[in-house]
Structure formats: structure tokens, C-alpha cells
Design a protein around this ligand. Structure first.
Ligand SMILES: *Cc1c(COP(=O)(O)O)cnc(C)c1O
Length: 710
């Protein structure tokens, strides 16, 4: 009987195009990785791969000088190393924010519009607002206001808490910056917006529903504030992508033309038509082409001109969001992961469309406002997480001898299946091989259920089928990498709308990735995995986990600075990541960590679901008193200390370090309770570690956290 044992076991790991260009994996270089992961496509000008094989951040984009590159691995080590080792002791996952990148994005957007305004002879200017819903993080919003105040950049709010934060943030902004109030409004929302005007913030109430107008008129009389009003128009132009479902005549938001006319009439009757100054529309995020964009802008500009004709004191056209991001680097308009234009083309299309329509109507050029969120904040933050293990091949590898042994012990009934399989193999009939292998397996499973096949034989059948599949080249060589992350918390758009983000290892890029994997998260949920990647791939090229020196394997998810943080939940009670802010720093330092905040602890996430960690701990302490008598080497106080420490720690895995309980046993003086857990992680129930906060504040001036690049 011919043997199957010498089937080739070669597997195809790399996509063909890369494999062809890199026949010799021995000569793998960082630039091969850059091509493989398409870093130049989605990452330029902020991300690249350096000669050491690490991802490097260019904090000032195109204007970054060579010595200003920041090695992401060094940042991650600084953030995650224990305090004893000179690090900040933060747990994974970690978000690294780069305010310099945020600044550059803002300036590039402004520059693109300035250029379009100038080159088209447009007689007004661009003045954008940042929609805070894209990332309401205090420091992100404060940075936008600070970096944008020189060119009157403002904020957009869509709810009462967002309005409150926009109001307080803009107190530090330019007095001309717009504060755009969108979203559904009640009288409280409207009175807040009117008060903002009283406080000399340049506030515009954008009517999202017709009924809001009565409230605005009422409240403005009551509060004695002259409002500035805009309307959100429902355009006929429709964006057909995923994010466009709010556009078109049947969209969720905005006023129809009939309603807009009624608004004009009513304001006129109240002697308030001069208050009507802004026209807004939003046809959805990720507008795929400038053609569609220009179409929408032209329609809105025509409405704008009509409003001028009807006597409104129009000043601003607000084109909403929709400025897209190229997540896969393909610069194409099919699907929601890419757009075919850049900032310059976007600005040009908008300015030309507005100018064309206004000139045709002899209307003075308006201020152009956009509410670009995704485009401003996506690049500035990177999510770093570890791969902690990968699924090992679980079927036994079969040698010629094993196959022989297996066949000899095979019950009579199954011999014919094996004979058919062997004959097909000899003939090179691959389909036949697969068919007979499957038949053999089915028969063996049946015999196992009947009790006539033992469990070792059953395992061998899997090994044999695997051998056949590999030899024919249809084996699925994709491994599962377990990552210290919750998809539901940190990549909710992948779970919710299958949005893909660029993901790659942030180091070892000078080595050829020998495997392919999907990423499986910590939650006990089958949806908690990432199995779609940019470029339409269903797996990601990855390295063997056991790297040199047992180094951990860090992956980065890029371009996730917009939406992901606020949308995420606490599935399985995994909370948010730790966050560090990192600025480029000249002089002896490569970069400075200007802020470091550990992610929510187990207590924090328990509280979200109304649990009371203090009471829980008391309950457990009573239980300890009842059941633990200090006869062994683990006393009650130590156990209590360990439990307290666990409440204090983040819910994620702490790879390679001891758990709360064993740490407490190692460190504790035994008298700990809720407030006296020793160790590196600070004290339970301190809302913050005083020393650390003081240090972090000082950072801005003295850069004590600066990391000296070797
Ligand atoms: C979400 C939203 C934005 C932001 O859109 P991006 O595409 O992220 O720039 C702007 N305006 C409104 C009204 C929105 O709802």
C-alpha cells in the first residue's frame, strides 16, 4: 500500500504578490514589512517602519525632521515597564496619544482650505469646528481648542453634556470660534446654548427639527438673548455608503424645504429673520468621492442663496462632517474603508462648488465651516495590545511510521477508505484524496460513537486528514492569536459595523512573519475576535510568539482615534485602556510623556453596573473571618489584601507578573485592608496616586518622564 507520509508539508503564508517579491525570506528587511502591511498607504506621513524594524511615529507629519522620529516600542516600554524599572507601570491595553499629530492634522486641514480659498479667488474664509462626539476626551478637546485658536477653530456639540464641555473649553479659544449646537434639543439644551451666547461664545443653534424653533423664540425672549439660528437641511443628494443612511429626503435629521420656508416665515413674523445666519447639512461620514461631495455642496449652496433671497442674514455654510480617512491605503471609493481624495482635493471641491453657486446667484461668499471629526482625530492615537498566546497545532503530526501504525490498527470497515485515499494520492487526484479522507473520518467518528474505536485512533484520523490537506495545499494554516484586549471596548466598530483598521506588530518588522493569524480577544463571546483586515484579508501575517529573549509581542491598531473610545462598552467587564500622551521633545530627549492615566480598575467597571466594591469587599472579609483560620501559611489578612488588590487592578491580563493574591502575599505586612495594600500599584481606594499626579503636572515644564533615546 503506498504511503502518504512523504506528502509535502509546505504551506503558503504570504500573499502571492509579497511572496514573489521576497523569495528569499532570509533577506527580509523592514521595508518588506512596510510593503506587506501597506504602512505607506494608510500611515503616511505619520507612521513608518524604521531600520530597527519598529514602527516609528513622525509627530509633525511631512515636516518631521529625521531626529524627531519617535520609536513606538520605546514609548510602549516606558509606559508599561514597572516603576522599579523606570517605567510608568501602566497595564495593557494602552492608548498612546500624539498631540503633535493632532496639531498637524488641524493645520493641514486649515492650510488645504486656505490654499483653495486663495487659488480660487474666494472672498471669504474657512473656519472649521471639531465635532466632539468623535472623541470627547478632555485633553483631545482642549488640544483642538488650543491648536486651533489661531485660525478660529471651534467645536460642535450634539447633546447637553457635549455642549457643557464645549462651552467650558471654548472659554480658552478664539472669541470668533464657532460653537455649533446640533442634535435633538429640549428647552434646557436651548437655554444652555442661549446662555453660551450671553457668555460671548459664538454660539449657533442649528434647528434639527421644526419644533425647536418655538422653544428658541420663547427662551430667547425669556433670557433676553438674541440668538443666532441655523437650520440643518435635508438634502436630496444621497450618500449610499454605510455612513450615508442619514442622508437623503428620508434621512433621520434635518428640515425639508417646506419646513425651511416655514422657519423663515415664522422668524420674519417675530422680527427675528436677521437671526437666521447659518445653513448646515451632513450627508454622512466617509463621503467616498469629491463628485458626491460637490453635488451635495452645490445643492446646499443653492438653498443658501435662496435663503439670502428670502431675507435671512446668511453668513455661514456648514458642510457637516464626511471628510474621509483612507483606512486601507488604497485611495479608492469602493466600500467604507477608503476614500479617493485627500485634504487638498476635498477643500478644493468644496470651495469651488460654493463659489460657483454663489457667483451664479450674485450672493456674497459665505464663511465655509466643516465639522470634520474623523479626519482630525483618527491618526493621533494608537492602541497597543499584547498577543499573549497563539493556538498550537492540536492535531498530532504524523510520520510515515505513525501512518503505518494507524492503518494497522484500523478496523476492517475502514480499510477500503484508506485504500481509496492512497490510490487517489498516487494518481495525483486531489479531489479524490479530500473526498476519501473525509469519508474515512466520518466512518471513524461513527465507530468512536459506537465504542469500536479508541480515542488515540480518533486523534490520529485528524492528524491524517490534516496531513492530506497540507500536502494538497488546502490546509488552513491560520492560527488564533489571543490578545489582551476586548473588541467590544476598544474596537466596537469592528464588532458593530465590520469596520477594519490597520493592525500590525509594532516591532520585529525586520523579521519575516512566518505565520498568519486572526486575533481573538479576552471576552467569552464568539464575536470577540478580529478576522477581517485591510486589503480584504481574513488573516494577518504575524510572527511566531516566542521572539528573541522571550520578548513580548506588541500589536498596534492605528487610525482609531475617532469614535472607538466613546462607543466602547464594558462587555465581560473589561473597561477602557490606559492612556499616555506623548510629545516630541528636542534636546537630549526623544519624547516626553506628558500624562499617564491607568485604565479603569475592576472596581471602576463594577461600579458602572451599580455594584459597590466597598460592600463587596466587606462581605468577602466577613467570609474570610468565618472560614480562614490562621493555621496555614496564608493568613486571612493576606487573603483580604490579595482580594483588595484585585479590586484595584485593571481587568485585563497581567502577563508575566504575579496575580493580586500572590503579590499581596509577597508584599503585604498582613495588616492591610481596603486602604493598605502595598506594592507597586498604589493604594486601593485612592482615586489617584498623589505623587504621580504631582509628577505628571510637572512634566509639562520639566519633562521628568522624558525618555532618553539610546
Ligand atoms: C458625526 C457627525 C460629524 C462628524 O463626521 P465625520 O465624518 O467624523 O467628520 C459632523 N457633523 C454631524 C452632524 C455629525 O453627526
Amino acid at each position: 500500500m503506498p504511503s502518504l507520509a512523504n506528502f509535502s508539508e509546505t504551506m503558503t503564508i504570504l500573499p502571492d504578490d509579497v511572496a514573489n517579491n521576497t523569495n528569499n525570506v532570509v533577506n527580509w528587511t523592514p521595508s518588506h514589512s512596510s510593503t506587506l502591511y501597506k504602512v505607506d498607504g494608510w500611515g503616511a506621513p505619520y507612521f513608518a517602519v524604521n531600520d530597527n524594524g519598529n514602527v516609528t511615529v513622525k509627530p509633525h507629519g511631512d515636516r518631521t525632521m529625521v531626529h524627531q522620529d519617535i520609536d513606538l516600542l520605546k514609548v510602549v516600554k516606558k509606559a508599561s515597564d514597572s516603576k522599579a524599572d523606570g517605567g510608568l507601570g501602566l497595564g495593557f491595553p494602552i492608548i498612546v496619544r500624539f498631540p503633535d499629530v493632532l496639531k498637524d492634522r488641524l493645520e493641514c486641514l486649515q492650510t488645504a482650505f486656505n490654499y483653495a480659498v486663495k487659488s480660487n479667488g474666494f472672498n471669504s474664509h474657512y473656519q472649521g469646528v471639531y465635532p466632539v462626539k468623535c472623541n470627547q476626551d478632555r485633553f483631545v478637546v482642549e488640544d483642538v481648542v488650543k491648536f486651533g485658536s489661531g485660525f478660529r477653530f471651534g467645536l460642535e456639540a450634539g447633546s447637553k453634556p457635549e455642549l457643557l464641555l464645549a462651552m467650558s473649553s471654548l472659554c480658552k479659544g478664539s472669541s470668533e470660534s464657532l460653537l455649533i449646537c446640533n442634535g435633538f434639543k429640549d428647552s434646557e439644551y436651548i437655554s444652555l446654548a442661549l446662555i453660551a451666547r450671553k457668555l460671548k461664545l459664538n454660539t449657533v443653534i442649528v434647528l434639527e427639527q421644526e419644533e425647536e424653533l418655538d422653544l428658541v423664540i420663547d427662551m430667547s425672549v425669556k433670557l433676553g438673548v438674541r440668538p443666532v439660528v441655523g437650520v440643518r437641511a435635508k438634502l436630496r443628494t444621497k450618500h449610499s455608503g454605510h455612513f450615508g443612511s442619514t442622508s437623503g429626503e428620508k434621512g433621520k435629521f434635518g428640515l425639508t424645504t417646506t419646513q425651511i420656508i416655514r422657519v423663515v416665515k415664522k422668524l420674519d413674523q417675530c422680527g427675528m429673520l436677521d437671526c437666521f445666519q447659518l445653513l448646515h447639512f451632513h450627508i454622512g461620514s466617509q463621503i467616498p468621492t469629491t463628485g458626491l461631495l460637490a453635488d451635495g455642496v452645490r445643492e446646499a449652496s443653492q438653498i443658501y442663496c435662496e435663503l439670502v433671497r428670502l431675507g435671512a442674514d446668511m453668513k455661514v455654510i456648514d458642510i457637516g462632517g464626511g471628510l474621509g480617512i483612507d483606512y486601507d491605503g488604497s485611495k479608492s471609493s469602493n466600500g467604507d474603508v477608503s476614500v479617493e481624495y485627500g485634504l487638498e482635493e476635498y477643500a478644493m471641491a468644496v470651495v469651488q462648488a460654493v463659489k460657483f453657486v454663489c457667483d451664479r446667484n450674485n450672493v456674497k461668499h459665505p464663511v465655509i465651516c466643516s465639522e470634520s471629526g474623523r479626519a482630525i482625530v483618527s491618526h493621533h492615537s494608537v492602541l497597543i495590545f499584547e498577543a499573549v498566546s497563539s493556538s498550537k497545532y492540536t492535531v498530532p503530526a504524523m510520520s510515515a511510521f505513525d501512518v503505518q501504525h494507524f492503518v494497522e490498527r484500523l478496523p476492517e470497515d475502514a480499510h477500503s477508505d484508506y485504500a481509496n485515499l492512497s490510490q487517489s494520492a498516487v494518481k495525483g487526484d486531489y479531489e479524490g484524496c479530500l473526498l476519501y479522507a473525509e469519508q474515512l473520518k466520518e466512518r471513524c467518528v461513527g465507530m468512536f460513537k459506537d465504542g469500536s474505536l479508541d480515542i488515540e485512533q480518533l486523534a490520529s484520523v485528524d492528524g491524517l486528514c490534516d496531513l492530506v490537506a497540507k500536502a494538497i495545499g488546502v490546509a488552513n494554516p491560520v492560527s488564533t492569536y489571543h490578545v489582551n484586549l476586548s473588541v467590544f471596548t476598544s474596537v466596537p466598530d469592528f464588532w458593530g459595523i465590520q469596520q477594519v483598521f490597520p493592525i500590525l506588530p509594532i516591532h520585529r518588522l525586520d523579521e519575516c512573519p512566518a505565520k498568519r493569524g486572526i486575533l481573538s480577544d479576552l471576552t467569552c463571546d464568539s464575536d470577540g475576535k478580529i478576522d477581517k483586515f485591510i486589503g480584504g484579508e481574513s488573516s494577518l501575517p504575524l510572527h511566531e510568539l516566542e521572539g528573541a529573549n522571550g520578548m513580548k509581542y506588541y500589536l498596534g491598531m492605528f487610525l482609531g482615534g475617532a469614535y472607538e473610545e466613546a462607543l466602547g462598552g464594558v462587555h465581560n467587564l473589561f473597561g477602557g485602556p490606559s492612556v499616555v500622551r506623548v510629545s516630541q521633545s528636542d534636546g537630549p530627549f526623544g519624547f516626553a510623556v506628558t500624562r499617564a492615566v491607568p485604565g479603569p480598575s475592576c472596581s471602576d467597571v463594577l461600579r458602572v453596573m451599580q455594584h459597590e466594591p466597598e460592600i463587596m469587599f466587606e462581605t468577602l472579609k466577613h467570609r474570610i473571618e468565618e472560614y480562614v483560620h490562621d493555621e496555614g501559611n496564608i493568613g486571612g489578612a493576606m487573603i483580604a489584601g490579595g482580594i483588595a488588590q484585585s479590586f484595584h487592578n485593571m481587568p485585563y491580563l497581567t502577563v508575566g507578573s504575579s496575580c493580586g493574591l500572590t503579590a499581596a502575599i509577597g508584599n503585604n505586612n498582613g495588616s492591610c485592608g481596603m486602604t493598605a495594600v502595598n506594592g507597586n500599584n498604589g493604594y486601593y481606594y485612592c482615586s489617584s496616586d498623589e505623587d504621580f499626579v504631582a509628577g505628571a503636572d510637572a512634566v509639562c515644564e520639566d519633562e521628568p518622564w522624558s525618555y532618553v533615546c539610546a
